[in-house]
Write a new protein. Structure first.
Lengths: 219, 453
């Protein structure tokens, strides 16, 4: 199965000298160095580089979790403000991505609590009607590797709807695995759960979503 | 999810171990149904992957960068960015470090020589909805009916069924806490360190990696919040009357019941039960002993007793070893834990209960080890409606008497989400287990959830 390409720059292993390498162009600096350059040298360009490096990944995670652009933007902004406020607690022992996504995740869960969105709607409950046939005609016979299917807004909306209906733990695990292409070990660290449990959540999520799409005619 | 489907999903996601792939592929290539399922899954996973990347609007990024520009004007940033010179270090920081070291020494002395403070957190309780709180030494953690809880500690976790209770004791900073089961069902996963567990005078020592399911079936009665939570387990009829009169302000009179009948024990669990629903459930449970309600008086009708022998206390404690190894001891007797064992008041009965029956409820908690043992059981997306009452042999839905589902009844007549029909095959305090029509899969539907704490 083809792996998805991700546009986020690969994080380098942070140096342990404690001094940012100011001689390097910013794009080549590690996340840790960028953060230090910003905090100690007030280098705003360093922070901008850091944000741009991780903006897609953080927003993608938050938006796919909460499904609302406005809320996702707020959480995104709050995430990076927390990164600033807690920069002194970050150590290069943990990957910046892991740390940052943990912050984003906590803020997303706080949002769910505030909005009372923790109870997910059952995706089993709906009875497929005419939409099944329209979806079926759109999807039958399509090559799984083809990007043709992404053109269909209706399908995208169905997948988003199915995703939102998953329990939070399964949704988090699936988004990080399928859309961020993260290894299970890293997801386990972000979700603070054993790897086996995370894998189970991903498989359960795929099973539930697949059954959902099946009822919508994608067989 | 059955085993074949799980393997197919792992295959399609690329999650199989390299040595597993040839076996699964060979199995698929020789089975047309599996091939069709795999192709469907590939299309469905491709559709899932086809969700486009979402990128943040530049305006939102600009707002973050603008906020960052003002960050250094704030005091905390000034502190973060301060360059520590040698002079500053000697004049300012060295005295502070010395003071801090002295403070740490004093605190260390106090911690070492004084009893641990009551605030020391030994574990965390997490509810099914993700809310959590800290557990301190000596706390009794109680799970309400319909609301299973998970106790997470540094080296493992413990799952409590709805209606179960466990006392947690600290064993020092480098050991897992000790658990004393007060009542109900628990599953303990001693993932990385030994765990000690006790219940009804027996002790269990779990080795790292061991998973044990335990059910302590003892008397317990609780009616909370005007009937929002009703847990009546193995409780004498006279005690249920007293509890109901107190909780609901009822005036049920049991003075006309013979003493032997008053001491008969009943079990039922419900949520959101009003006075009338409670009385109906109670009388239904007590009717097997010939008890009926007339006005507010309980009467005994000789000759109508359906069950003469009170065998409810035959099994007091049942324990199943689901993974790894453990030892079980009583007094000075110590033995390796068999696959399953049950204790009555008179002694032990090895292999008394199927292990999976004990912990079906834990399936929905996402424990990978538990899940691996229960491949043909899934947890329902919906819950039983509020007002449902679970008896040992029947499930009563709140709409009325026509909605009674009898355990092991012949018909697949329970409507499950998605238009499926199920047959009631198991009842636990926390929900009901159904066998699906035309499938080997069973689905566990949890009791309606109530406030956890």
């Amino acid at each position: 199965m083809a792996k998805r390409k991700i546009s986020v720059a690969t994080e380098r292993v942070p140096r342990t000298t404690g001094k940012p390498d100011t001689a390097k162009p910013l794009v080549e600096c590690t996340d840790y160095d960028l953060l230090k350059l910003f905090v100690k040298s007030k280098d705003h360009a360093a922070f901008e580089t850091l944000v741009n490096r991780h903006r897609r990944q953080v927003y993608n995670f938050v938006f796919k979790m909460c499904g609302k652009a406005e809320a996702a933007e707020d959480i995104f902004q709050e995430t990076f403000l927390r990164v600033l406020k807690n920069a002194h607690t970050y150590t290069p022992r943990a990957k910046f991505t892991t740390w940052c996504l943990q912050i984003a995740r906590n803020l997303t869960l706080d949002y769910f609590k505030r909005e009372g969105l923790r109870q997910h709607a059952s995706i089993d409950a709906g009875t497929p009607g005419n939409e099944e046939h329209s979806m079926a005609s759109l999807l039958q016979g399509i090559d799984p590797e083809s990007h043709e299917i992404i053109q269909n807004a209706e399908l995208i909306a169905e997948v988003r709807k199915g995703l939102q209906s998953l329990p939070e733990n399964q949704r988090e695990a699936l988004v990080l695995r399928m859309y961020e292409d993260m290894p299970y070990a890293e997801i386990s660290e972000i979700l603070n759960s054993p790897e086996g449990t995370v894998k189970y959540w991903v498989h359960e999520a795929v099973n539930t979503l697949a059954r959902y799409l099946e009822r919508r005619g994608l067989k | 999810m059955d085993r074949h489907r799980e393997k197919l999903i792992a295959l399609v996601l690329g999650d199989l171990q390299p040595d597993e792939i040839p076996g699964v592929e060979a199995q698929v290539s020789g089975d047309v149904t599996l091939q069709s399922q795999r192709d469907s899954l590939q299309r469905q996973v491709a559709a899932m992957r086809a969700l486009p990347d979402d990128d943040i609007p530049q305006a939102a990024v600009d707002r973050v960068l603008e906020a960052a520009r003002h960050f250094h004007e704030e005091p905390e940033a000034v502190q973060l960015a301060r360059v520590i010179t040698l002079r500053t270090f000697i004049n300012v920081y060295l005295p502070r470090i010395a003071a801090a070291a002295l403070f740490v020494l004093m605190v260390g002395y106090a911690v070492h020589y004084l009893p641990a403070g009551p605030e020391a957190s030994v574990a965390t309780v997490v509810a099914a909805d993700g809310n959590g709180w800290a557990v301190t030494d000596g706390d009794l953690v109680e799970a309400r009916i319909g609301s299973p809880l998970r106790i997470r500690f540094q080296t493992g976790e413990l799952l409590l069924d709805g209606g179960a209770a466990v006392r947690v004791s600290a064993q020092g900073p480098y050991k897992a806490p000790q658990f004393e089961v007060d009542r109900g069902r628990v599953v303990v996963d001693a993932a990385r360190a030994p765990v000690q567990l006790s219940a009804a005078g027996r002790s269990l020592e779990l080795e790292p990696g061991a998973v044990v399911a335990l059910d302590l079936d003892r008397e317990h009665a609780r009616i909370m919040d005007g009937g929002a939570v009703v847990e009546i387990q193995r409780t004498a009829i006279e005690d249920v009357v007293r509890a109901a009169n107190e909780a609901y302000g009822m005036h049920i009179d049991d003075s006309l019941l013979p003493d032997a009948v008053k001491r008969r024990r009943v079990t039922f669990f419900g949520t959101q039960l009003g006075k009338r629903e409670f009385a109906d459930s109670f009388v239904q449970a007590a009717s097997v002993y010939g008890v009926r309600l007339s006005g507010n008086r309980l009467l005994y009708e000789a000759g109508t007793t359906h069950r003469v022998d009170d065998t409810e206390f035959d099994t007091l404690l049942s324990v199943s070893l689901l993974n790894g190894a453990a030892e079980i001891s009583q007094g000075n007797t110590r033995q390796a834990m068999p696959a399953s064992i049950a204790f009555t008041r008179d002694g032990a009965l090895p292999g008394a209960e199927r292990p999976e029956r004990t912990f079906v409820w834990a399936r929905g908690m996402g424990n990978a080890v538990v899940d691996a043992k229960l491949r043909n059981v899934s947890t329902g997306d919906a819950t039983l409606p509020a007002g449902s009452v679970i008896h040992p042999d029947r499930l009563v839905l709140p709409e009325g008497s026509e909605r009674i589902f009898v355990l092991h009844g012949p018909d697949f007549n329970f409507p499950l989400p998605g238009g499926r029909k199920g047959r009631l095959v198991g009842l636990l305090s926390s929900g009901a287990e159904f066998e699906l029509e035309g499938s080997v899969t069973r689905v566990f539907v949890p009791h309606s959830s109530v406030a956890t704490r």
